[in-house]
Write a protein that binds this ligand. Sequence first.
Ligand code: PGA
Length: 258
Amino acid sequence: MSRRPIIAGNWKMHNNREESLKLVSGIKDAIQNIDLDALPEVVVAPVFTSLHVVSEKICNCGCAKIKLAAQNCYYEAKGAFTGEVSIDMIKDFDAKYIIIGHSERRQIFGESDEMINKKAIAIIDAGLTPIICCGETLEQRELGVTDSHIASQIVKALDGIKPSDVANVVIAYEPIWAIGTGKTCDSAEANRVIKGIRATLTQIAGKENADKVRILYGGSVKPETIKEQMAQSDIDGALVGGASLKVDSFVEIIKGAI
Ligand code: PGA
């Protein structure tokens, strides 16, 4: 089963309009001579306020090489939800993906598995693709409950979603202790957990659908780590935070996934 790899840059709460434009332009220029077929799917996830400028930059260059993602959404279509952004509003910018369930959203903003499930359903209904994050804390890892915790996050996030739709979601395994710490999870261990995620997906949606799901690794991915990560049997790409904020390091990671 060949799955097209994804290298996604999660810019988090970085980059104003001008900085976002500079970063996406730099990425675009750096990959322009690489054939689309040779590239992994390259995705950038700017803050909401930069979606417009980044979207225009990608479209102006007819750039099928860079896809747009939002970092979050709300599942209701409209209404009295101060501070939230709907999926239709994100669709205005031709985004293809929406990241949901990032550990920062879960931990800092108190998002529950139930909310993440509602978001996943609404994103799929709108014709977009959720990038669903999961991952364990250091404490959970030390207690030996990593696999059961992640299986539970996946089962809850995908509750009520048709097996054929499960095939199209993207999952990012991001051990929380590896995010922004410089401590990358050992590649073989990340692969082992990701195989476990695929086993859970097989139970939920059947083997044929589970085999189609792209599962990324995230957590201190760097140019020096990407080759070994991509060499693993079940790692289909990376969700990159810190190293996606500089053209050079992000492009090196893209090239490392070719
Ligand atoms: P990091 O972040 O690459 O800076 O560890 C990854 C993420 O949170 O998606």
